[in-house]
Design a protein around this ligand. Structure first.
Ligand code: NDP
Length: 290
């Protein structure tokens, strides 16, 4: 029976996700490296800002850090509580999930890889998609806690499967973002009104999340709001490329997209949103996508 929950990592996603947990649990611990954020969360949402050692005593522990390396380092510094379920919402590395899942099992606990999609607005509205890998019994036990933050909650396979699905999803988003940026640059070069073009594309077969939301809401209006940092996208596309490599497959579109995202990340200003991939095309073509 799950009675207490904890959330570790109150970043752009975690801060908003953890805000929903007090609706389901009386006791919700929060911890953040910059502890001021944890205190602010407690004041805002009625959670309890506690030391890491106390947070990991909860029955169910969520984490949402930049990388699997960060999660592994944090877990190596704590004592795993027997019977607890760790739900890692980081967009992480499948092999790391397998390793951590074995470690938790040895301690009589469970580790689920549970990355999310839906961006910060989905975190705010508790409408995230969770793609979950790992032990099915732990998944079923943790479901009520996950439901506090998610809309579509899908168990996709054994340990690491959730991270794999997330990496491929973000790679597909990047493919579409690159392709749509190229397509709109070509249309602008031919004097086409891009808003009218997107109206047509979004009612036609070429539409994608890039044409429906990213380009109109972040690029054409020149807002590029920082909600999902470009280095995090580059990390995700890198995980997807590793999956291809490990399976000894050939995936030229994915490989090229990874190079493009890396190039964009290498030239972007610090603290750039992922949508600034479009700016790389603008600098090459001297055409503004607006
Ligand atoms: P942010 O950079 O906004 O937040 C990162 C959080 O991790 C902060 O709380 C930060 O603490 C903490 N942190 C960073 N490094 C460490 C460390 N070494 N040890 C302990 N804590 C650490 O990232 P996001 O919230 O945007 O992303 C988190 C994860 O979610 C990533 O894997 C990302 O790919 C994924 N994701 C992001 C989405 C988005 O739209 N932003 C959407 C879906 C998934 P501090 O405050 O002290 O810096």
């Amino acid at each position: 029976m799950i009675q207490s929950a904890a959330f570790i990592g109150l970043g752009a996603m975690g801060y908003r996700m953890a805000a929903h947990l007090p609706k389901t649990f009386e006791t919700v611990y929060v911890w953040n490296r910059n502890f001021e954020k944890a205190k602010q969360h407690a004041a805002e949402y009625g959670t309890l800002a506690v030391e890491l050692n106390q947070a990991v005593q909860a029955d169910v522990i969520f984490s949402c850090l930049p990388t699997s390396a960060d999660v592994e380092a944090l877990i190596s510094s704590i004592e795993i509580k027997a019977g607890s379920i760790w739900i890692d919402c980081t967009s992480g590395v499948p092999d790391s999930a397998k390793k951590l899942s074995t470690l938790f099992e040895q301690q009589g606990a469970a580790f689920l890889d549970a990355p999310v999609s839906g961006q910060t607005i989905g975190a705010e509205n508790a409408t995230l998609t969770f793609m979950i890998g790992g032990n099915t019994t732990a998944f079923e036990q943790a479901l009520p806690a996950i439901q506090a933050m998610g809309k579509l909650i899908q168990h996709v396979g054994d340990s690491g499967a959730g991270f794999a699905v997330k990496a491929v999803n973000n790679m597909l988003m990047a493919v579409n973002l690159c392709a749509a940026s190229e397509g709109l640059t070509a249309l602008k070069a031919h004097g086409v009104n891009l808003h009218a073009a997107l109206d047509c594309i979004n009612a036609s077969s070429g539409k994608s999340n890039a044409t429906e939301t990213i380009l109109p809401q972040r690029v054409l209006n020149r807002s590029f709001p920082l909600t999902f940092a470009l280095p995090l996208l580059a990390k995700d596309t890198g995980i997807a490329v590793d999956l291809i490599r490990e399976a000894k497959l050939s995936a030229p579109v994915i490989a090229l997209t990874q190079s493009l995202v890396q190039a964009a990340n290498g030239t972007a200003e610090p603290n750039s949103d992922f949508s600034t991939v479009a700016k790389m095309y603008e600098s090459w073509s001297k055409i503004t996508i607006e």
